[in-house]
Each structure stands twice: as structure tokens, then as C-alpha cells.
Design a protein around this ligand. Structure first.
Ligand code: NAD
Length: 296
């Protein structure tokens, strides 16, 4: 299968490499030249633009930061829409606003092209392992055609509904992840200031009801003072903004989402927006005057 891949950042790079390992013929593009080089040295061909990538591919995957980037790469000048051939499918795996996924899909539909929105969860480690959780919106028959490709990048791919449903599901995911990290941070700072070793607190609770995938992914990082992304706070702010906009547009109050958004805004003002979202703990450490790392 000839696959195009646009957006070769923290996530797109290992996802594209897993498709190459699975034997697919990849044409790739990014606006940063070194990111293309890294993936072509693993066996892909370079495309000169999204249009060029689409012209050479049966499935075009995008993995870009946010809604405007996807709109530009798919519908803009030199965009996918100008090169894509009848019968091809566009799969946007970025996390974007559900309404924009619908808008981009409607633009492609005018040319008779189907689209899925298929954002992912699991972060860089699962992107490297090819074990992402993939949440999909679109037509069932298109999903069934593309599913074997998705399962080269993930260990699960669930069709959640019509186009846009993948990103609604992702917003739900991002609310749960952000609030879990905040709860973990609040609790570990409390333990540290009360004089109990937060490492031992983590070991003691991880097998109980408070245990979670978030705790196991983020507690070892924050206990080691490691905030290297992973998933940057600035990208989580983007997802929470999309969650707030979507929720308010349909009349759903989301009080805890507002709270964690303001915590992330405070971290941004503090210059921490490039840190991994595990870095949320730094907000609590500052409030309490207590570091978790190295606490006994
Ligand atoms: P990233 O910033 O590392 O990568 C994005 C890439 O897109 C960059 O290489 C950038 O140069 C490229 N790009 C931007 N505009 C472009 C354009 N018009 N044409 C071609 N390339 C363009 O971001 P990431 O961490 O890989 O995240 C990508 C998406 O996946 C985001 O929507 C993010 O929210 C989501 N996501 C990230 C993670 C994570 O842990 N990093 C986890 C799940 C989902």
C-alpha cells in the first residue's frame, strides 16, 4: 500500500517508521527539512508538499499540531486536496477541534474523497512501540478499509461514530489525563511535605484503586525531575481549549476542565509550556514550597 505521511514530529516520526517496518511504501513531508531526512534515511521517499505526497499515495495520513495546520495542509495552497486521487482516503490523526475535522472532511467530500478523524493516545513511548489507542470518526466501510494500517501504529482502533467523533473522544481522553496528572501532583506534594517519601507513596498505591496508566507513566518522570516531552503543556492547553469551546457550544459545563486549564496557563506564564505535561506538578510544588524530587 502506498501511504503518504505529513507531519513528522514527536509522534509522526515513530508512527511513519512503524509503517515502513510493516513493509509499506511511504512518501513523507514536514515543513522542517531535518525531520524529513530522518524518516527518509529509514526508507521513506521525500514529498515536496502535501499536494505531492497525496499525488503519490492511496492513503494520506496527517499528524500535525492543531486545527489550522490540518486545514492548511489539506485544503490550503499545495494542499492534499490538489493532489489526492479518487478512491484515496485522508486520515487525520492529529488532535484537533471536532468541528474543524467535519469542515475539512466536507471540503474533501466535494472532490469525492473520504476522510477519517483518528486521533491517538499513548504518547511517544506507545507511538514507538506501535501500541497507540486510536479513536476514529467516519464511515464504517472506510474505517474497515483503513483499520489494518491503523493497527500497524496502534494496538486498538475503535470507530466511535461519524466524522468528528474521534476528536470528541480525544477531548474526553485529554480531560481525564489532565485531571489525573493534577490529582497525582496534588497528592505527591502533600505526601512530600508531610514527610512521607513520595516514591514509597507511589509504590504503595499503584496496585490499588488510585493506580492508573497515567500514574505509571508520569510518577516515575516527576519523581526523577524529568519534564522532557513527551506531550508538551502547550499542546495540552490546545486540547483543553478545544474541549472548553466544544463543551460550551453544546451547553455542557466543565468546571474541572476550566480549573486545570488555568493551572496550565499559570505554567505557561512561568515559561514551562515546552515541558512535558507531567510538569504540572511544578505548579503545586511552587504553591506548597515543597519539591517532590529528592524528598524523603
Ligand atoms: P510536534 O510539534 O512534535 O509535531 C508536529 C509536526 O508537524 C512538526 O514536525 C511540524 O514541523 C509539522 N508541521 C506543522 N505544520 C505543518 C504543515 N503545514 N505541513 C507539514 N508539516 C507541518 O507534535 P506531536 O507531539 O507529534 O503531536 C502531533 C499531534 O498529535 C498533535 O495534535 C498532538 O496534540 C497529538 N498527540 C501528541 C501526543 C504526544 O505525546 N506528543 C500524544 C497524543 C496525541
Amino acid at each position: 500500500m502506498r501511504i503518504g505521511f505529513i507531519g513528522l514530529g514527536i509522534m509522526g516520526n515513530p508512527m511513519a517508521k512503524n509503517l515502513i517496518k510493516a513493509g509499506h511504501d511511504l512518501t513523507v513531508h514536514d515543513i522542517v527539512a531535518e525531520r524529513i531526512k530522518d524518516v527518509t534515511s529509514a526508507g521513506a521517499r521525500a514529498g515536496s508538499s502535501p499536494q505531492d505526497v497525496a499525488a503519490r499515495s492511496e492513503i494520506v495520513i496527517t499528524m500535525l499540531p492543531n486545527s489550522p495546520h490540518v486545514k492548511e495542509a489539506v485544503l490550503g495552497s499545495n494542499g492534499v486536496i490538489l493532489g489526492v486521487k479518487p478512491g484515496s482516503v485522508v486520515v487525520d490523526m492529529s488532535s484537533i477541534a471536532p468541528l474543524v475535522a467535519q469542515e475539512v472532511s466536507a471540503g474533501l467530500a466535494q472532490k469525492g474523497i473520504d476522510m477519517l478523524d483518528a486521533p491517538v493516545s499513548g504518547g511517544e513511548p506507545k507511538a514507538i512501540q506501535g501500541t497507540l489507542a486510536i479513536m476514529v470518526g467516519g464511515k464504517a466501510e472506510v474505517f474497515e478499509r483503513v483499520k489494518p494500517i491503523l493497527l500497524k501504529m496502534g494496538s486498538s482502533a475503535v470507530l466511535c461514530g461519524a466524522i468528528g467523533s474521534g476528536n470528541v473522544t480525544k477531548l474526553a481522553n485529554q480531560i481525564i489525563v489532565a485531571l489525573n496528572i493534577a490529582a497525582m501532583s496534588e497528592a505527591l506534594v502533600l505526601a512530600a511535605k508531610a514527610g512521607v517519601d513520595p516514591e514509597l507513596v507511589y509504590q504503595a498505591i499503584r496496585g490499588g484503586l488510585a493506580g492508573s496508566a497515567v500514574l505509571d507513566a508520569k510518577a516515575p518522570m516527576v519523581l526523577g525531575g524529568n519534564y522532557k516531552p513527551g506531550f508538551r503543556i502547550e499542546l495540552h492547553i490546545k486540547d483543553l481549549q478545544n474541549a472548553l469551546d466544544t463543551a460550551h457550544a453544546i451547553g455542557v459545563p466543565v468546571p474541572l476542565t476550566s480549573e486545570i486549564m488555568e493551572i496550565m496557563q499559570a505554567l505557561r506564564v512561568d515559561g514551562k509550556q515546552q515541558d512535558d505535561h507531567g510538569g504540572i506538578i511544578q505548579f503545586y510544588e511552587k504553591l506548597a514550597g515543597q519539591l517532590v524530587r529528592g524528598a524523603q
